[in-house]
Every structure is written in C-alpha cells, then in structure tokens.
Design a binder for this molecule. Structure first.
Ligand SMILES: [Zn+2]
Length: 558
C-alpha cells in the first residue's frame, strides 16, 4: 500500500540524480540495488512471520521467523562486503548526502555482524542458558516457592515488615544463581568488542547505536543534577506515607518497603483511579478520533491491527512496520481502562512515526531516527491518557472533574518520573562500570549506586550480587538508557510544541485535542525524514537544540 500523504522536507532530487555521481558513488549505488533486492523481501517475510507468531502463538511461525532472521544475519556477516564498505567509508569518496547516510547505516549493520564466529557461538549458548535460569527459577518464602506475581502482590499490599523483607529477598534469590554466568557473558561481549577495536562492549554498543559515550555521560550527569534535590523531597514524602502504613519511622525504611523489588516504579501512595473514567468508553474509538483530530489518521493502521485478547496470542503490545511501505500494524489486548488507553495511544504513536515516513526517502533510511526517538513519540502520546485536559475534552468531563484529576495525576506523574529517572541513573552508571571492569567488587558497586541515586539504604552486611537479579544486564545489554532518553525527548517535544508550535503559555493546559498543527509539526520535522539525519541532528532541526534533560525537569520537578 502506498502512503497517501507525502511531505518532502528533503528534496531527494537535490542530493542525487541531478548531480553527477563519481565512480565510487555509482559503485555504491549498484551495491545498494543488489543488497536491497536481497534484504527487502527477507525483512518483509520476517516481519510477517513475526506477526503470525505473535497473533497465533504457533511454533511453526516462530521457527520460520528465526530462520529468516538467520538468513538476514548471514547477509550482514559477509566479511568481504564489510571490508568493501569499510574502505569506502574511510576513503571519504561518497559525498552525496543520502548515499553517504545509507553507507553509514549499512556499515553499522555489517559491523554489528562481524563478530568472531566462535565467540558468537559461545555467547548464544550462554545467553540461552541464562534465559532458561531466569525463566525457570522460583524464589522461596519460608521454604515455599513463589512466583513473581506472588512477590509483587506482597510488596503492593503487605504491611508486616518481616513478610515484606522475605518477599524482597525471594525476588533477589535468582541473582546468585545467574551472577557468574552474567559476568562470563559480559567478558565474552568485551572480547568481541575488543577484536573489533573498541575499549569494551558498552562503548561498542553505544557506537553501533550512533551514541557517543561522552555525550550520554553528560546527559545523565545533568539529569542527576537536575533531579537530585526534587527527588529527595518527593521520596521523603513517599517514605513518610509508606512508613505510616507499616507502622515504622521513616528512617527505618528499607529496600523491601517499596512496591517493587528495585524501586523502579512509583509506590502507590496517591489514590489515582482513572479506570472509572475509561470503563464506559471505547479506547479504540477514542484513539482513532484523537489521531484524526491532529491530522494523523490511523484508520489504515487499525484496519490491519490485532487489538483484542485471544487464546494463544501474545499478551503484551507492540507496533511493527511490515514493509516500510505503509503496512504498519499494532498488537494490543485492549480493555477499557487507563492502562490500555495509555498503551494504544503509545503503540499508535510508534505507528504514526512509521506510517508517515516520506516514501521518497530511501528504504534503508525509512525508519525512525533512533530506537529512543520512536519511544519518545510513543510516550508523548501515551502520557495523554493521564492528562486531565485531554480527558476532559475527549470525554466531556466537567471542570470540577478535570481539576480533581489534575491534582492527583500531577502528583502521581511527578513521583513516577522522578523515581524512574533516579533508577535509570543506577542502571546506566552501573552497566557502564560493569563493562569497564567486570572483575571489580560489583556487589558493593551496586549498593553504592543505589544509595547514591535512589537514596535507598543497603541492608547491613549484605554482600550478594543483587544487581544480577535485573534480567536486562543479561538479556538486553546496554539498552536501558533508551527508556530514559525517550522520556527526555517526549518532554522536550511537549515543551517545544506547546510554546513554539501552538504558541501557548502553559504546559499544563494543552490537551492537543483537535490541534492539527501539532500533528503537522511531528510529521514534517520528525516522521517524514525517517533516519536521514542522526538523532541529535534531527532533534536540533525539530526543536532548535540538541537533546536536553531540562524540559523533563521543567515538566516533572516543580
Ligand atoms: Zn514503545
């Protein structure tokens, strides 16, 4: 299917075609034609197999998908082709902007697959082993095995500190069982990275995702500085409220007194029940009407999507761009409540980013500028599900209702965002040091970070690898920071659109309902260009400055 809206913010003809290409550029163009003839159909088939697997749960579809993924990886592991691209990139002969950008993308994709075969095999085996331990391990309370859900339930509702402590300890019991393997896989990853000329895997991985470790360090350092004092303030308030429930003093609060094992989410201390507003609504209809009102209709996406619960179907939610030609689909398991309102707005945020790429942009660049930039757009829209003005306009609520939602929603979002920001500071800084020196005292390092950023007390004398209980270090290495960068960019976009596009004064009173200018801004400055510009250049072109944590602080600190 062809996309029906074309917004050319870059003139493709301006860069290629009109000017005479040099021999190296012509050769690259030929390479691209051959390469895409091979890869484009494979990627489409793989996406379709993934969709079939997620919607049916059938084993054949999963097998089919992993076979196709392997075939794609084989294309990109070709060492001769990598050598050709590498020398071409170093020669600086490709000057045409779009060709140079495609060369850059191809080079990254090949580089990611140039790992030593033997190390690769060891890594895959170890990874499978670790995943298996994570999925089969059950912690115990008083000798009885408990599930993650049991633990979460206790942490949410139990008021007896001793029972809470046992549940928290049960959540950490997986750590000693996997820690040695996680350190082994970290070292293997480092070996892989060093063979390719990088300091360690963290640096390699950031470079592959077009991030400069120094740039990221600076963003997280500023985030730390901007959120330290306000976090201490909201945490003190949360501690007081929680301590009262447990009948302890606030200074007796321990890690098991929060509502999840890592204190990565806001404990439920505010009575925010938005479900009652959504239960008589249709979240699909609301989202369709909202996106149409901002000039980014999603009917074509919804028509191909799979939205409701079914036996065998993936119980979560995601968005997938099947062919980069307008076949964009979301998977949800909708119910009419706030969480699914958030989720469908979120997934459709990913979807409009994919759907409204300019079809004239070359295939390799017809994707979001970065994993976190599409996350940011999705979060930007998902947040509306708790926005009092948005809810008022979409559901015709009274002013009194709006004011009521506004107060609780504001307190809740502030605590939630600050808690998450401080948690990601632990994740980012710990992971960086984990790869820099996996032989250091990681157990001590983890608690130093937790005490420093989250202001959570280390239990006296505790010396266990609590960090290893976080599956992300093993399963999704060097990725977690993207969630935070997404939140930062969502706030930066909100700030920019409210003040510069809609020309309004207050961040709090904008609903975005029936504001096609907002949709047009996103489409023209972000979606259309896809990955033509590196992420920070894209952000600068769209908002006038590079990614900054100060808008996140503006939105959630005061
Ligand atoms: Zn997302």
């Amino acid at each position: 299917m062809k996309k029906h809206i074309v917004f050319l913010t870059i003139s493709v003809g301006m860069f290629s075609g009109c000017t005479q290409l040099n021999p190296e550029e012509k050769q690259l163009q030929q390479f691209l034609t051959d390469h895409l003839a091979q890869v484009e159909p494979l990627q489409k088939q793989s996406s379709l197999a993934w969709w079939a697997a997620a919607t049916s749960g059938k084993a054949e579809a999963y097998d089919q998908q992993s076979k196709l993924e392997l075939q794609i990886r084989q294309v990109y592991s070709n060492a001769d082709e990598y050598a050709y691209l590498d020398q071409l990139k170093k020669s600086g002969q490709v000057k045409d902007l779009l060709l140079a950008r495609q060369l850059h993308q191809l080079h990254r994709a090949y580089l990611a697959n140039q790992m030593d075969k033997d190390l690769m095999k060891q890594m895959v085996e170890l990874d499978t082993e670790i995943q298996k331990k994570f999925s089969t391990f059950r912690g115990e309370i008083d000798g009885k095995k408990v599930s993650d859900n049991d633990i979460r339930e206790i942490l949410k509702t139990e008021t007896d500190s001793v029972k809470r402590q046992k549940a928290w300890q049960a959540a950490k019991q997986v750590a000693p069982a996997v820690a040695a393997d996680v350190i082994r896989i970290v070292k293997l990853r480092n070996q892989v990275a060093r063979k390719l000329g990088f300091d360690n895997y963290h640096t390699f991985s950031l470079t592959l995702s077009e991030m400069d470790p120094k740039e990221l360090d600076a963003i997280f350092a500023e985030l730390d500085q901007l959120t330290r004092v306000p976090f201490a303030r909201v945490k003190a308030d949360a501690d007081r409220r929680l301590a009262k429930r447990y009948n302890i003093r606030p200074d007796q609060m321990m890690p098991w007194h929060y509502h999840d094992p890592f204190f990565q989410e806001s404990p439920q201390i505010y009575d925010l029940d938005l479900d009652r507003y959504y239960k008589n609504q249709d979240v699909k209809k609301l989202s369709r009407r909202f996106y149409a009102g901002i000039g980014l209709p999603v009917d074509a996406v919804l028509a191909r999507s799979d939205l409701y619960e079914r036996e065998g179907k993936n119980p979560h939610a995601f968005c997938t761009d099947i062919d980069r030609q307008g076949d964009v689909r979301i998977l949800c398991n909708l119910k009419n409540n706030q969480q699914w309102m958030d989720t469908i707005l979120h997934e459709l945020g990913h979807a409009v980013y994919d759907f409204y790429h300019d079809p004239e942009v070359p295939y390799l660049l017809r994707e979001p500028a970065h994993a976190f930039s599409t996350e940011a757009v999705a979060m930007f829209f998902g947040r509306l599900s708790r926005n009092a003005c948005w809810m008022q306009q979409m559901m015709n609520l009274t002013d009194a209702r709006r004011a009521e939602i506004e107060t609780v929603s504001r307190n809740f979002s502030q605590l939630q965002q600050l808690v998450f920001a401080r948690w990601t500071l632990v994740m980012y800084n710990f992971e960086k040091q984990l790869y820099a020196d996996p032989d250091q005292d990681l157990n001590a390092l983890w608690w130093q970070m937790v005490e420093k950023y989250q202001l959570v007390k280390k239990p006296a004398g505790r010396n266990t690898p609590d960090w290893a209980a976080k599956i992300h270090f093993a399963a999704a290495p060097c990725y977690y920071h993207n969630y935070m960068l997404g939140e930062l960019l969502a706030s930066q976009l909100h700030h920019h659109i409210v003040h510069e596009v809609l020309k309004q004064d207050s961040l709090q009173t904008v609903s975005y309902v029936n504001q096609p200018k907002a949709g047009k801004f996103l489409r023209q400055t972000i979606f259309a260009d896809g990955n033509v510009y590196p992420w920070n250049e894209m952000i600068k072109r769209a908002t006038g400055e590079t990614l900054s944590p100060k808008y996140f602080a503006d939105e959630f600190v005061n």
